[in-house]
Design a protein around this ligand. Structure first.
Ligand code: CO8
Length: 258
């Protein structure tokens, strides 16, 4: 599939999707988010793909939604057109794991896109922010909701109300990113993490993703029950027998996603 604003490579079992609007620091247009939604949906359907990595350039993961595009829009355009809703919901619906590999700016919609992924690996040069307040607007695809869940109320308020940028070290300290790696090693580290995930049973992997996400949707008691029932259900899989047998026989497991 030929895309205009993203590049998709499938290496072994990992789909690597690179945002590719270098002249606009990968600003998110409807076309870009539409293509991204299509690419991740295809990756979901492709049996060969077991993990997805979304990345940008060294200078910018994405510097936000496209301000030139939005500057022409009215309330009715955004409301009736349901701006970015279908595409971002499609990305959030993907059941395979998605890693955001972030270098440079991840601002506004760029930070929000990174937070739609399952976890974020940042390079030392990454800068996160929700600067929509500087444009007389506010975050619209998760910057007040997901960021508050990632970093808590105080920092989410600070980031959204002041529009300041957070560097990689602060982002790791407050739990926005899972790890920080040297800028030149970002893709190597992200692909290594993706390949590690790809080597596991997809049944476990997809159940874990669903279960962790429940933690942000339901009360603890319901989440624990959901987790426990999924755990019980693992005992209906061949991969459970294989994983435990391999441990006891001191060998690598051969998972078959069954
Ligand atoms: N949109 C469009 N173009 C952009 C954007 C953007 N978000 N960011 C950068 N660009 C363009 C610049 O206009 C410039 O283009 P040109 O060369 O043609 O003038 C090019 O990219 C390079 O940018 P700069 O020259 O500004 O590069 P600097 O290194 O000087 O600065 C910054 C980099 C600090 C990242 C700066 O570009 C900047 O502040 N960008 C805007 C950041 C921002 O405000 N982002 C939030 C946007 S609003 C948003 O994301 C809302 C999301 C919610 C949508 C909800 C829908 C329901």
């Amino acid at each position: 599939m030929a895309y205009e604003t993203i590049i998709v490579d499938v290496d072994d079992h990992v789909a690597r999707i690179t945002l590719n609007r270098p002249d606009a620091l990968n600003a998110l247009s409807e076309e870009l988010l539409g293509e991204l939604a299509e690419a991740v949906t295809d990756a979901q359907k492709d049996d060969k793909v077991r993990c997805i990595v979304i990345t940008g350039s060294e200078k910018a993961f994405a510097a936000g939604a496209d301000i030139a595009m939005m500057s022409e829009m009215s309330f009715v355009d955004t409301f009736m057109g349901n701006l970015f809703t279908d595409s971002t919901e499609a990305i959030s619906r993907v059941r395979k794991p998605i890693i955001a590999a972030v270098s440079g700016y991840a601002l506004g919609g760029g930070c929000e896109l990174a937070m739609m992924c399952d976890f974020i690996i940042a390079s030392e040069s990454a800068k996160f922010g929700q600067p929509e307040v500087n444009l007389g607007v506010m975050a619209g695809i998760g910057g007040t909701q997901r960021l508050a869940r990632f970093v808590g109320k105080s920092k989410a308020m600070d980031m959204n109300l002041t529009g300041r940028f957070m560097d990689a070290e602060e982002a790791e300290r407050c739990g926005l990113v899972s790890r920080v790696v040297p800028t030149k090693k970002l893709m190597e580290e992200a692909m290594a993490a993706a390949n590690k995930i790809a080597s596991k049973s997809m049944v476990s992997v997809m159940a874990i993703k669903e279960s962790v996400n429940q933690a942000f949707e339901v009360p603890l008691r319901d989440g624990l029950l959901f987790e426990r029932r999924l755990f019980h259900s693992m005992f209906a899989t061949e991969d459970q027998s294989e994983g435990m047998a391999a441990f006891l026989e001191k060998r690598e497991p051969q998972f078959r996603d069954k």
